[in-house]
Design a protein. Structure first.
Length: 158
């Protein structure tokens, strides 16, 4: 069971996100329901650690067995979701992921994957594009530039 619940027009979510970086680019995604880019990840389940959840979500969404390089941020957000109109209170743990040696290295700059009934479109976005893109979380548009260079995980993706 996901750690998420709705009360009236408000929703609480406990989420994890995978921050996957390659040479000044971040892997972002969108689906048929969302007009904006967001990071791979999803809700944490009951009795599941945040680490277990981010590994499960990257396997489900990307079909890879990534490794956690380190946690990056813990964010608490309050927002109105554009898709369902609900007021969200969300806790999210962001992890820098190491995807070297995975199938992700063989995919191009844009690719599409299917997960159950949903289609996910992935794209490597240049950090500089984040400011102009319809992209969530908003804080990442600035914080991505504050990561030390040694946090970059090289995957040699074209």
């Amino acid at each position: 069971m996901d750690i998420s619940f709705i009360e009236g027009n408000e929703k609480f979510n406990y989420r994890v996100c995978a921050v996957i970086i390659n040479g000044g680019r971040i892997l972002a995604m969108r689906d048929e329901r969302s007009p904006y880019f967001y990071l791979p990840g999803g809700r944490v389940r009951m009795r599941e650690t945040a680490e277990e959840a981010v590994l499960r979500e990257t396997a489900e969404e990307l079909g890879i067995n990534a490794r956690i390089a380190r946690p990056l941020w813990l964010s608490q957000s309050f927002f109105r979701e554009d898709v369902d109109g609900l007021l969200y209170h969300e806790l999210c743990v962001y992890f820098l992921m190491d995807v070297s040696g995975t199938e992700l290295e063989k995919r191009g700059a844009r690719f599409r994957l299917f997960e159950g009934e949903h289609t996910h479109d992935f794209e490597w976005l240049e950090f500089e594009r984040l400011e102009d893109e319809y992209f969530y979380p908003l804080f990442l548009k600035k914080e991505i530039f504050r990561l030390p260079g040694h946090f970059t995980i090289r995957t040699d993706i074209e």
